[in-house]
Design a protein around this ligand. Sequence first.
Ligand code: ATP
Ligand code: ZN
Length: 294
Amino acid sequence: MTERLRIAVQKKGRLADDSFALLKKCGLRFSVRGGGLLTRVKNLPIDLLLVRDDDIPAFVSTGASDLGIAGENILVEEQLTTEGGLDADVDRRLGFSRCSLCLASETDGAIRRPSDLAGTKIATTYPGVLRKFLKDQNINAKIVEMKGAVELAPSIHIAESICDLVSSGATLEANGLSAFETILNSEAVLIKSARKLSPAKQDIYDKLVRRIDGVTASSDSKYIMLNAPKSALADITAILPGADAPTVIPLAGQDDMVAVQAVCTENVFWETLEQLKAKGARSILVLPIEKMMA
Ligand code: ATP
Ligand code: ZN
């Protein structure tokens, strides 16, 4: 029987859909319907372990899973709070579920900066990261550990401030709070232990991460096509964001014009198109790239 690589993924929540989407873009065929803990990938020797995000670092560390996808915030918190530490670390960043762990207090209150926290109470679901921050900053404050709904703590006088995840800031604002310090910037990460994989699993891992890198690299990349006056070719290539040597093709019946095609590895904004047009480029097309392999 062939060995199967196991990846722990959040079953339901803010990470789940993007994690499944990434794996599908990597060509994995699976269905997450039904209440099962384990889902078989139909076309590759991979199984998905569908769990709560908080459990993912420990599953990777103990070997219950070979890989995991979770927020860096969860990984760092579990590394700091698990007795004896964890054999689980960031293998690569995945570029989605970006958020920050921030300190926040009442918008018109007295706490404006970390030093104002001395002698006060801070509510959080991240006691490990917060304790380390307070220690590094030499601030003596009390941590009130909660399991959720941290943003309500100041209004019910459980704590003067909170340490919580922020993405748009709308939840804070709705509760009359503002962030005044960022403790950790987070995004989804692929988690792996330092243990050596068996040769069979290593092969599947190599194939998977090559595809993951191809998906992440192509997500910001665009294929750009345009017609340009030969005389403006140097100016136009210089504007193309993150492009290597472009392909230049003659245009039938137009000796002074060429067609230019290039892969731009950075975002192509409207401003870029306007600059290209100002240099004489015409018929500009920007196309999404689905996959890339060097
Ligand atoms: P679970 O049931 O799996 O324990 P949860 O309720 O702890 O889920 P979610 O709210 O689904 O967690 O968030 C999962 C992860 O999504 C977070 O740990 C974080 O990395 C990321 N995330 C991205 N944006 C936000 C946000 N605005 N608020 C909270 N988490 C966010
Ligand atoms: Zn969780």
